[in-house]
Design a binder for this molecule. Structure first.
Ligand SMILES: Cc1cc2nc3c(=O)[nH]c(=O)nc-3n(C[C@H](O)[C@H](O)[C@H](O)COP(=O)(O)OP(=O)(O)OC[C@H]3O[C@@H](n4cnc5c(N)ncnc54)[C@H](O)[C@@H]3O)c2cc1C
Length: 434
């Protein structure tokens, strides 16, 4: 019997890692602090909880996150399998029924014969054995402190992250809204809430001056560009939102036959279609202020908010200094990190790091050569970006084609070029003895 692996955190990365190790015959001791203790963004008792959006983003191969998902699918990822099984309509994106999705992941983990689940917070880094720390961007304070102390030399960083509110479908005034997908691509899955120029101006003014909730415990006021609160974006200029989350391009209001001045989009959040989230409306306004300001959107005048937006710390390591391409601590390879804490950004990226970390750890434990996922694959490129020592100002990163080596020949048109890059990645994957 081979050694066991202790995994801390049953989020996206931890669940994927546990599943991959267990499927390779390795016994896993999985520690999760829910339901006894929850981070400010986690609400459900299930594993692999989606803390904000229910979208795993684009499912098209011309998009890097679409490629990453396809690689994971072909490699039998648990997270992708459950996401595909609980998909809800969302145009060209893979969005899921968040409860059904997390329930399916939890069921698969809890019933796996090689996985033992322990409930409780881990407050120290285990001093012996193989360990994967996948405790996420909201790692509990005690463990975060232990990690910060242990890796004080290489640096332990953080920024802010924010979540968008949810409303009930029945409370949306469909007289003032219409179903459509941008440029009529795919099925008309989004609810579009149009605003006239006057309505927009009133909304924008109130949003800019609305009261924010106090955010405690953060000396450094960094805001992460990828998940910026809508009120922060609004303050950048009167028109900024019209080029961002309120962009009307490609959305024709059937009542007027024209593009409105601005549009707020709502995306379906569960399979029944009873809940919708406000796309791009991550926020940390005070809850009564969210209700007051977002109700200025005509279709949301009487909206029922079942969850308000929140803002949180997001913790990550200075990985280029600390980790190798297998997400293992250089010089102490029994310790592996996985998920957002490594500086990969996003649900799919966190899953991908959990997958790669587990597969390479399993190979090491079983005396096999590493797979060394090639840089042409999205999985490999992400791991190489995280562990690239020449990066000086390390920032969390979504997967993108910029971190994948170029083709070396010209292909006309960005979409065509991306499609060729994706095909090259999938061909590369075929050659790996996974
Ligand atoms: C507020 C917020 C909103 C976000 N929104 C999005 C989004 O819309 N789209 C997107 O793609 N990405 C989003 N992200 C980024 C990121 O993709 C998610 O945080 C993702 O869940 C990270 O996966 P993970 O597995 O690393 O961590 P998590 O999924 O957070 O899993 C970590 C698990 O570890 C547990 N845990 C923590 N500390 C301990 C401990 N000491 N002992 C035991 N268990 C512990 C937690 O309870 C949790 O279950 C968001 C992040 C935050 C913080």
């Amino acid at each position: 019997m081979t050694e066991t692996v202790t995994i801390i955190g049953a989020g996206l990365a931890g669940s994927e890692a546990a599943w991959q190790l267990a499927n390779r015959g390795i016994a896993v001791e999985l520690w999760e602090m829910k339901p006894t203790q929850k981070t400010p963004a986690h609400h459900s008792n299930d594993f692999a909880e989606l803390v904000c959006s229910n979208s795993l983003r684009s499912d098209q191969l011309e998009n890097a996150v679409g490629l990453l998902k396809e690689e994971l699918r072909r490699l039998d990822s648990l997270i992708l399998r459950c996401a595909d099984a609980h998909r809800v309509a969302a145009g060209g994106a893979l969005a899921v029924d968040r409860e059904g999705f997390s329930r399916a992941v939890t069921q698969a983990i809890r019933t796996h014969p090689n996985i033992t689940v322990h409930e409780g917070e881990v407050t120290e880094i285990p001093s012996t054995g193989q360990v994967i720390i996948a405790s996420g961007p909201l790692t509990s304070d005690a463990l975060a402190k232990a990690i910060a102390t242990r890796f004080a030399e290489t640096g332990y960083l953080h920024f802010y992250d924010a979540a968008a509110p949810l409303v009930t479908f029945e409370s949306v005034d469909m007289e003032q809204a219409f179903f459509a997908s941008r440029y009529d691509k795919g099925t008309p899955d989004y609810i579009n809430c149009p605003l006239t120029e006057e309505e927009y101006q009133e909304f924008w003014k109130e949003l800019c001056s609305a009261e924010e909730a106090p955010v405690h415990g953060f000396e450094d006021k960094k805001v992460f560009e990828g998940c910026m609160p809508v009120e922060v974006l609004a303050r950048r200029g009167e028109q900024t939102l019209c080029y961002g989350p309120l962009k009307p391009r490609g959305l024709r209001d059937p009542k007027t036959g024209r593009e409105p001045f601005a549009v707020v989009q709502l995306r379906r959040d569960n399979a029944e279609g009873s809940l919708y989230n406000l796309v791009g409306f991550q926020t940390h306004l005070k809850f009564p202020e969210q209700k007051r300001v977002f109700s200025l959107i005509p279709a949301l005048r009487n909206a029922e908010f079942v969850r308000y937006g929140v803002m949180h710390r997001n913790t990550y390591l200075n990985s280029p200094k600390l980790l190798n391409r297998y997400y293992q601590v250089k010089g102490e390879e029994r310790l592996t990190f996985a998920g957002q804490i490594t500086g990969v950004e996003g649900y799919v990226e966190s899953t991908a790091s959990g997958y790669l970390a587990a597969v390479e750890l399993a190979r090491r434990m079983q005396g096999k050569e590493p797979l060394n996922f090639p840089p042409e694959t999205a999985l490999g490129a992400l791991a190489l970006y995280i562990s690239n020592e020449s990066v000086s100002d390390f920032q969390p990163m979504n997967v993108n084609f910029g971190i994948i080596p170029p083709l070396g020949y010209r292909v006309k048109g960005k979409r065509n070029k991306n499609a060729v890059l994706s095909q090259r990645a999938l061909d590369c994957l075929e050659t790996l003895p996974v």
